[in-house]
Design a protein around this ligand. Structure first.
Ligand code: AMP
Length: 605
C-alpha cells in the first residue's frame, strides 16, 4: 500500500491531511504528486473529474515547493469560477495548516477589487484566480508574476468553454518561461491537446479513468417523450423518487426559470440558478441547495459550475446538450465517492441522433426506460411513507401527554380506517393528479394509420358516448385538453379554486387533445359552469358549458385551432412548444402588468 510519505509528501502536510481523514493517496494523487515534486520532470496533463481528489494532487506538491522565506507569488492556480477559486483556496489553507508563513490568496471577479489589492500588497505566495480578475490586477500593477515557477489550470476544458483562451495567453506572457505547467481537465477536447502543445514541454498525460467517459459508476438512463410532455415526465421522475436531490440542467436561462417556476407552483421544493440572478442571489440559491433545503435545482451549465455537491441522487438533463463534454460534466456530478449515480435524460424523438453520438463518444450505452406510471409512482410514495412511519423517532413522553385525548376522538375508527386516512391525508392530491393520467412515453413504432385513428374524427363511435353523462350526473365541456397540458389534477385544482360553495363531486373525465368532457353531480353543474367560465389556465381563458350531445367538439376544437386533430398526436412538437411558450409568455406578461398596477382588485382574467 502506497503512503503519502512514499510519494514524498512532507511531514507538516501529512499531519494536516491526516486530520482531514486522508489515510491513503487516491489514484490521481499517486500519479501526479511525485511527478510535480520532482523539479526535473516534465509538464502534466491530468484527465480527472472533480471528486477524484485532484485538488490535493496538485495542491500538496504546489505548497511543498513554496519557499516561505520569499513573500512573493510563486505558484499560480487558474480556475474558471469564483466558487472553484474559493474551494481551492480553502482546501489549500487546510493542507498548509502546519506550515507557518504560507499564504494563499484567492482573487476572483464579482467581489471588491480593493480588498484583493490590499491582500496582494500584503504579500502572498500562491494566487488562486479567475483569469479576468487576474488580468485586471496585473494591469493595475499589483500582481507580480515574475517569481512564479508553477502554473496550474484547473478545469481547463471549462475555461476554454468559457472563452478564457485569450486571457490565459495574456497571463502566461507575464510568467517566466521556465515554469512547470499542469492542466487538469475532466474531458479531453481537441483544444486542450492543442493548447498543451502550445504551452507545455513534452507533457505527460495521466488519465484517471478512461478518456472522455461519463463517470464509470453512473447509470445513463433516458426517457423519450413528446416535446410537450417533457415537463410532465420531469414531474413523474421527481414523484417516483421521494428522496430526490438533483440538479436539472436546462439549456437556456429562460427554460431554467420557467421550469423552476412551474415546479414551485406545483408544490416541489425547487429553485432556479442562472446568469440573470445577481451573485448574491446565486449564493443564496446554492447555499439552500447545499444545505438540502431545496431538493431540485434547475440550472444552466454555466451557473452550476461553481456548485460542488457530493450526494446528488440524480443529474437530470432536460434535453441533451450539443456538446458531449458538457454531458460528461453534468453526469460526472453524480456517482461520486464510490457511490452509484444516475444521469437521466428526458429527450424527444429528434434528439435520438444526439444521444447516439454521446453514447459513442463516452463509450457507454444509455438505457431506455418507460416514464414511471401513475400506479408505480403512487405505490412508491405509499411505501416511502410507510417506511417513514416505521422509522420516525417517537418522543414517548411528549406525545404520550396528548395521546389519550386524541385516542378518544378517533376510537370509532378501525385500525384499517385509521391507516387509510393517514395515507389519504398525504396522498389525495397525488391521487387526484394521477387519476386518468395518460401514458406519456413516445411510441416510436406506432403505424401512422393508428395515429390518425387516435384523433377524434366525427365518425368515431366513442365520441357520442363521451358526450353522455352517467346517471345522476351532468356532462360538462371545457375548452382545455391534453395539448394544453390540462389533466385531471388541473381540473380538480381549478374547481377547488374557482367554484363557490361546497366541494364539487367529479365523476368520469375524458381528456381530449383540444378539450375535455367531465361529469359532475347534476346539482353542481350550474355552479361549475359559472365558476370555470372565464377562469384562467396557463394563460388560456376557459369556457365551460353543459355538453351538447349532438355537438362535435373534436371538430369544433380543431377548426378553431385551424389544425387537423392528428397534429396533437405528437408529431408536431415544435409547434406545440410554441403554443405553450405563447401561453406562458402571456401569463408572465399578465403577471408583470398586474404587478405594475398595484392596488387594483384581481379579476377573473
Ligand atoms: P476533489 O476532487 O479535490 O474535489 O476531492 C474530492 C473529495 O475527496 C474532497 O472532499 C477531498 O477532501 C477528498 N479527498 C481527497 N483526497 C483524499 C484522500 N487521499 N483520502 C480521502 N479523501 C480525500
Amino acid at each position: 500500500m502506497t503512503t503519502f510519505e512514499d510519494l514524498g509528501v512532507s511531514e507538516p502536510l501529512r499531519r494536516a491531511i491526516a486530520e482531514l481523514g486522508f489515510e491513503q493517496p487516491m489514484p490521481v494523487q499517486e500519479k501526479v504528486i511525485p511527478h510535480l515534486l520532482d523539479d526535473a520532470s516534465s509538464d502534466v496533463v491530468a484527465l480527472a473529474q472533480t471528486g477524484t481528489g485532484k485538488t490535493a494532487a496538485f495542491g500538496l506538491p504546489v505548497i511543498q515547493r513554496i519557499d516561505t522565506s520569499l513573500n512573493k507569488p510563486q505558484a499560480l492556480i487558474l480556475a474558471p469560477t469564483r466558487e472553484l477559486c474559493l474551494q481551492i483556496g480553502s482546501d489549500l489553507a487546510d493542507f498548509s495548516k502546519y506550515i507557518p508563513d504560507l499564504r494563499v490568496l484567492p482573487v476572483y471577479g464579482g467581489s471588491s477589487i480593493e480588498s484583493q489589492i490590499r491582500s496582494l500588497r500584503a504579500g502572498t505566495q500562491i494566487i488562486v484566480a479567475t483569469p479576468g480578475r487576474l488580468i485586471d490586477l496585473i494591469n493595475r500593477g499589483v500582481a507580480d508574476l515574475s517569481n512564479v515557477h508553477t502554473v496550474v489550470l484547473d478545469e481547463a476544458d471549462e475555461m476554454l468553454n468559457m472563452g478564457f483562451l485569450d486571457s490565459i495567453d495574456e497571463i502566461l506572457a507575464h510568467v517566466p518561461e521556465e515554469r512547470k505547467m499542469l492542466f487538469f481537465s475532466a474531458t479531453m477536447p481537441d483544444e486542450i491537446a492543442r493548447i498543451s502543445k502550445k504551452y507545455m514541454k513534452q507533457p505527460v498525460e495521466f488519465v484517471i479513468g478512461r478518456k472522455n467517459e461519463g463517470t464509470q459508476n453512473v447509470r445513463h438512463i433516458y426517457y423519450m417523450v413528446n416535446a410537450r410532455d417533457k415537463y410532465l415526465a420531469l414531474k413523474r421522475i421527481a414523484d417516483n423518487s421521494p428522496n430526490i436531490y438533483a440538479i436539472v440542467f436546462c439549456r437556456t436561462r429562460r427554460d431554467t426559470q420557467e421550469i423552476a417556476d412551474k415546479l414551485i407552483a406545483d408544490g416541489y421544493n425547487a429553485d432556479a440558478l442562472h446568469g440573470d440572478l445577481s451573485q448574491q442571489q446565486r449564493d443564496i440559491v446554492m447555499k439552500k441547495f447545499r444545505d438540502q433545503v431545496t431538493s431540485l435545482l434547475v440550472a444552466t451549465d454555466v451557473a452550476a459550475r461553481g456548485l460542488d455537491v457530493d450526494d446528488l441522487t440524480h443529474v437530470i438533463n432536460y434535453g441533451l446538450p450539443d456538446d458531449t463534454a458538457v454531458y460528461t460534466h453534468r453526469s460526472g456530478r453524480t456517482g461520486r465517492a464510490g457511490k452509484t449515480g444516475v444521469s437521466i435524460s428526458i429527450i424527444h424523438s429528434r434528439e435520438k441522433g444526439k444521444l447516439r453520438e454521446i453514447e459513442k463518444k463516452i463509450g457507454r450505452t444509455f438505457e431506455r426506460k418507460e416514464v414511471p406510471t401513475p400506479e408505480h409512482i403512487i405505490e412508491k410514495q405509499l411505501y416511502n411513507l410507510a417506511d417513514r412511519l416505521e422509522r420516525v423517532k417517537v418522543d414517548d413522553d411528549e406525545i404520550g401527554k396528548y395521546l389519550p385525548g386524541v385516542k378518544r376522538k378517533l376510537e370509532w375508527l378501525s385500525e384499517e380506517d385509521l391507516l387509510k386516512r393517514i395515507l389519504s391525508l398525504e396522498f389525495n392530491r397525488l391521487l387526484a393528479y394521477y387519476r386518468d393520467a395518460p401514458r406519456i412515453d413516445f411510441i416510436d413504432e406506432k403505424p401512422r394509420k393508428d395515429k390518425k385513428e387516435r384523433g377524434e374524427r366525427p365518425s368515431d363511435p366513442r365520441e357520442k358516448d363521451r358526450r353522455t353523462a352517467e346517471k345522476g350526473m351532468a356532462r360538462l365541456y371545457v375548452n382545455a385538453g391534453k395539448a394544453d397540458g390540462f389533466y385531471a389534477g388541473n381540473l380538480i385544482e381549478l374547481l377547488n379554486h374557482n367554484v363557490n360553495g361546497k366541494r364539487v363531486d367529479v365523476g368520469r373525465i375524458d381528456l381530449m387533445p383540444g378539450y375535455s368532457l367531465f361529469d359532475v353531480a347534476e346539482g353542481d353543474a350550474r355552479r361549475v359552469v359559472e365558476g370555470l367560465t372565464g377562469a384562467d389556465f396557463m394563460g388560456k381563458r376557459l369556457h365551460c358549458e353543459i355538453a351538447d350531445r349532438d355537438k362535435d367538439y373534436a371538430k369544433a376544437s380543431t377548426r378553431r385551432k385551424g389544425k387537423n386533430s392528428a397534429d396533437y398526436a405528437g408529431e408536431y412538437e415544435p409547434e406545440m412548444e410554441t403554443v405553450r411558450d405563447f401561453f406562458l409568455n402571456r401569463q408572465r406578461s399578465k403577471a408583470a402588468a398586474a404587478a405594475r398596477r398595484p392596488g387594483r382588485p384581481k379579476k377573473k382574467s
